[in-house]
Design a protein around this ligand. Structure first.
Ligand code: RP5
Length: 155
């Protein structure tokens, strides 16, 4: 095994900037306040892994401009993974993925007026067109989204 020369201060600063250690590494977004209780489980899991995160409500249908701006600016803000949860016609994870090349993990949610306990959202999240991937966890399984994010980040 070869020994590496110690990093200079400049290299360390650059590495910190690249990995966004000053801000959150994971963005958790959801389509509605009614999704919050389920999606907060992702935050709890990230905390256990020592991974910084932020949580925001934004809807692919009700606030599409906000979703586009958030997604386009995510990488430059230091985010490295986005977890997006939505119910019903769950477009949020896919729309986020359309606007960023960061890995997006979709959480299909079983909304109150959903079909077959979240099957509508599950299909909406999983059935992305070729070239625009969304990693899809199980219905309401926000915790698994966080575990997957931790693995992507190697944390
Ligand atoms: C989706 O519609 C949301 O993600 C939520 O799961 C569902 C219902 O939203 P609310 O009517 O409760 O705001 O967009």
């Amino acid at each position: 095994m070869s020994e590496q020369a110690p990093a200079t201060e400049t290299q360390v600063e650059a590495a910190e900037f690249e990995t966004g250690t000053d801000g959150p590494l994971v963005g958790i977004v959801m389509g509605s306040e009614s999704d919050r209780a389920t999606m907060e489980k992702a935050g709890t899991e990230l905390e256990e892994h020592g991974i910084s995160f932020e949580i925001q409500v934004m809807s692919a249908h009700r606030s599409p401009d906000l979703v586009a701006t958030y997604s386009k600016e995510a990488r430059a803000r230091g985010l490295r993974v986005i977890i997006a949860g939505a119910g019903l016609s769950a477009a949020l994870p896919g729309v986020v993925a359309a606007h960023t090349d960061l890995p997006v993990i979709g959480v299909p949610l079983a909304a109150k007026s959903g079909v077959m306990n979240g099957l509508d959202a599950l299909l909406s999240v999983a059935q992305m067109p070729p070239g625009v991937p969304v990693a899809c966890v199980g219905v309401d399984n926000a915790r698994n989204a966080a575990v997957l994010a931790a693995r992507i980040l190697g944390a």
